[in-house]
Design a protein around this ligand. Structure first.
Ligand code: URA
Length: 192
């Protein structure tokens, strides 16, 4: 028998108490994750930004509004899914996550994933994609293609923030969310 799953409130408490890396010193608060704990689709972003650090919830700023619009294309709402980040604390100035930060924070996302046990993991941007798929292949090649990691179907897409300043990325994101909706309909996760 495998290790028992840790209830989400217990994982959240461990995140809130975490001092494993210096990001814990600069945070206003941790950003654990939000949504349906029995979701069949888990969205994984990169790290909290300024608004997320202030509000304690992932994807509440401009990228979050974009994500909400894109979810609707796939026939999803925020209440249907679970949303979490690779990092639970905001990197200063929203710089890229560092490999050692990802390594130290990763056990939390691993436990969240084991407990939620979704069918699909949608990775938002390069860092989430490379972390979940354990690959160096770039998001430009992988976005919009169905991948697999263990028992999970993985669907990489560009980070929603990219659509805020690049019209071609917005179009790619809209296409990828339409494809995602189709896959979820085929899997019986979204109503036909
Ligand atoms: N970008 C992310 O990757 N995650 C958030 O929560 C907000 C912006």
């Amino acid at each position: 028998m495998g290790k028992p799953h840790i209830p989400l409130p217990e994982i959240r408490a461990a995140v809130e108490a975490c001092r494993r890396c210096p990001l814990s010193q600069g945070r206003t608060q941790t950003v654990f994750g939000v949504g349906n704990p029995r979701a069949r689709v888990l969205f994984v972003g990169e790290a909290p930004g300024r608004n997320e650090d202030l509000q304690g919830e992932p994807f509440v700023g401009a990228a979050g509004h974009m994500l909400n619009d894109l979810l609707a294309i796939a026939g999803l709402s925020r209440d249907d899914v679970y949303i979490a980040n690779v990092l639970k604390c905001r990197p200063p100035g929203n710089r890229d996550p560092r490999p050692e930060e990802i390594e130290l924070c990763a056990p939390f996302l691993r436990e969240q994933t084991r407990t939620i046990m979704p069918d699909f993991i949608v990775t938002l941007g390069k860092f989430a994609t490379q972390f979940i798929l354990k690959t160096e292949v770039g998001i430009t090649r992988l976005h919009g293609t169905l991948q697999h990691a263990g028992r999970f179907s993985v669907f990489p897409i560009y980070h929603p923030a990219a659509a805020l300043y690049d019209g071609s990325k917005r179009e790619a994101l809209e296409n990828d969310f339409a494809t995602l909706g189709e896959l979820l309909r085929q899997a019986g996760i979204v109503a036909a």
